[in-house]
Design a protein around this ligand. Structure first.
Ligand code: DGL
Length: 262
């Protein structure tokens, strides 16, 4: 596998772009492929079996396009499908992600941490194991956020309806005394500016995009696959409305690009 081969990144929709921008920043020499499974978003309310089948299909597509590594830029997909993908492709570098419970437990002063994530992530065995491992000394309050992903998919990052929904999800966490909020879904970092208007500035917001980029760097290094560059322009696919994805891309990433149908 040539080290200048691209890295395949995917999510249920636009959320993984918050991870892609961190990868670009840390690893500018890497060429990237991105699949938005927009025809099947949100993953958060779907069964693990359904998500596994989607992840399998998307991974095959990315490997056909020559990907040298995969990034599951989605907490929900990682919880449902990372183990199976690693079993199926044992020699392929695969990076998954999970809510930042460990750094949040280290950062909290009040001892209460809030987790905003999808229903699927919060009910997964992987998340339960994460709490067992890293949250024994803190209280963790979880908040599923149905409907929020759809607002972000529509590019409505500041709309009154998005604000109202976000407030409904965040308020109970503040009432519980959370001083640290985990953004446990890759869509949510795009709501940071809105969130900053809803929570006191003393409340820390933590997401894992940068940590995922560092993990990718470590894995590529270990496999001797770090690219020397120059990077090729990112190639995008959507399983849903490719035009709509292309329309929100500049808003979320400052990029404009041709989006192909998957
Ligand atoms: N962006 C995804 C995550 O990190 C999933 C959003 C969804 O499709 O529900 O969990």
């Amino acid at each position: 596998m040539p080290s200048n081969a691209p890295v395949g990144v995917f999510d249920s929709g636009v959320g993984g772009l918050s991870v892609l921008r961190e990868i670009r920043q840390l690893l500018p020499a890497e060429s990237l492929l991105y699949v938005a499974d927009s025809g099947h978003v949100p993953y958060g309310e779907k069964s693990a079996e359904y998500i596994r089948a989607r992840c399998q299909l998307i991974s095959e597509h990315l490997l056909e396009q020559g990907a040298k590594a995969l990034v599951l830029a989605c907490n929900t997909a990682t919880a449902a499908a990372a183990a199976e993908l690693r079993e199926r492709y044992p020699s392929l570098p695969i990076v998954g992600m999970e809510p930042a419970v460990k750094p949040a437990a280290a950062a909290t002063r009040s001892g209460v941490v809030g987790v905003l994530a999808t229903t699927g992530t919060l009910k997964s065995a992987r998340f339960a194991a994460l709490l067992d491992r890293f949250a024994s000394d803190v209280r963790v309050v979880t908040q599923p956020c149905p409907g929020l992903v759809e607002c972000i998919e529509a590019g409505e990052l500041q709309a009154p309806a998005t604000r109202a929904l976000l407030l409904r999800y965040v308020e109970p966490l503040l009432t519980e005394g959370c001083d640290t909020l985990i953004l446990g879904c890759t869509h949510y970092p795009f709501l940071r500016p809105l969130l900053a208007t809803l929570v006191p500035s003393s409340v820390r917001l933590i997401d894992t995009g940068a940590a995922v980029a560092r993990q990718l760097q470590r894995l590529l290094e270990r496999h001797g696959l770090l690219a020397a560059g120059p990077a090729q322009p990112t190639r995008y696919w959507s399983s849903g409305d490719a035009r709509r994805f292309a329309d929100v891309l500049p808003l979320l990433l400052g990029d404009s690009a041709n989006v192909l149908s998957l």
